[in-house]
Design a protein around this ligand. Structure first.
Ligand code: NAP
Length: 286
């Protein structure tokens, strides 16, 4: 049982976790802090949090679990602000989509308290943002990756592991470097492809006609281009190296596709499409 839970960043992920922990009766009181008052007031109206703190430091004072659910680029500043107010026995965790940069920021912000920080990343979400988009059951059957360091307190890690398990997630521990490399390919690259495609189309003079005559293909391929720009700018900058490696590989492969189309190489196209189709089957029916 968590006596007081502090959520910094009461949006899709922070709000969904709060909803689940409350529904399961695992928390007595939830205090929220964020950026815009409108979102926080909505969080109270929706019953996601019990009250709004005046600042991040006030939010964590007396909390036994602190969840940081702001965009990756803001996690370091939030940790720096709350560091002096974190209680002796409190556990701190985050949900950021990139882990090495967050761990580095936490190490310098928390100093001696770094051991009580458990880096985490739920592999669940939607392209929608804010507490209005938060859902009960968002993490059920999904994976949550924890990337504890050798300094991470084992009791703190076990506590966070147990919470995610309680909300129905399958919890996995991973090295942060490996996490960032895998997520660059599985999540960050597809977002770049969708953003680039949508941006190219919307800048075309006939974009209205293109959209009018679009079907499932364009909608399916670009769904994640509806994701929050600040969140994705932060993820890209925080995972630049790993993302650039797969983005360059993708760029080269698109170049090869252009060459094959230019020379009318039906064999190349067929082999590529059939290999991709088998890959897609593995993705959807593992
Ligand atoms: P979100 O719905 O936009 O929620 C983020 C919340 O943080 C918003 O309510 C925002 O306030 C607040 N916020 C932004 N900057 C802040 C700051 N400097 N100080 C305090 N509060 C701040 O985003 P989300 O999708 O929940 O993402 C939150 C974190 O989860 C990110 O680190 C992201 O990488 C990670 N994540 C996201 C997904 C996903 O699919 N969306 C999946 C896994 C992990 P406003 O309401 O005023 O904007």
């Amino acid at each position: 049982m968590i006596n007081t839970l502090a959520i910094i960043g009461v949006g899709l992920i922070g709000g969904s976790l709060a909803r689940d922990l409350r529904a399961l009766g695992l928390v007595r009181e939830i205090i929220g802090y964020g950026r815009s008052l409108g979102n926080l007031q909505l969080a109270v109206e929706l019953g996601v949090i019990d009250r709004v703190a005046v600042n991040a430091r006030d939010a964590v004072m007396g909390a036994d679990l602190i969840v940081i659910a702001v965009p990756v680029g803001s996690i370091g500043a939030v940790l720096q602000e709350i560091a002096p107010a974190i209680g002796e026995a409190a556990v701190v965790t985050d949900v950021g989509s990139v882990k090495q940069s967050v761990i580095g920021a936490a190490r310098s912000a928390l100093g001696a308290r770094f051991a009580s920080f458990v880096p985490g990343h739920p592999i669940a979400g939607t392209e929608n943002s804010g507490v209005g988009a938060s859902l009960e059951g968002l993490f059920r059957g999904r994976r949550v990756i924890l990337t504890p360091t050798p300094q991470t307190d084992t009791g703190a890690a076990a506590h966070v592991h147990g919470l995610w398990q309680a909300v129905g997630a399958q919890v996995i521990s991973m090295d942060p470097l490996e996490h960032d490399r895998i997520l660059a390919a599985s999540s960050h690259l597809p977002h770049m492809v969708a953003y680039a495609l949508m941006d190219m189309l919307v800048r075309m003079d006939e974009h209205r006609e293109i959209f009018e005559y679009s079907a499932g293909g364009l909608h399916d391929t670009t769904r994640v281009a509806g994701s929050d720009g600040v969140m994705w700018r932060d993820i890209v900058l925080a995972n630049r190296e790993a993302l650039l490696a797969v983005l360059r590989q993708y760029h080269d492969d698109v170049g090869e596709m252009i060459d094959a189309i230019e020379r009318g190489d039906g064999q190349w196209l067929l082999e590529t499409f059939q290999r991709a189709r088998r890959g897609r089957e593995m993705l959807t029916k593992p």
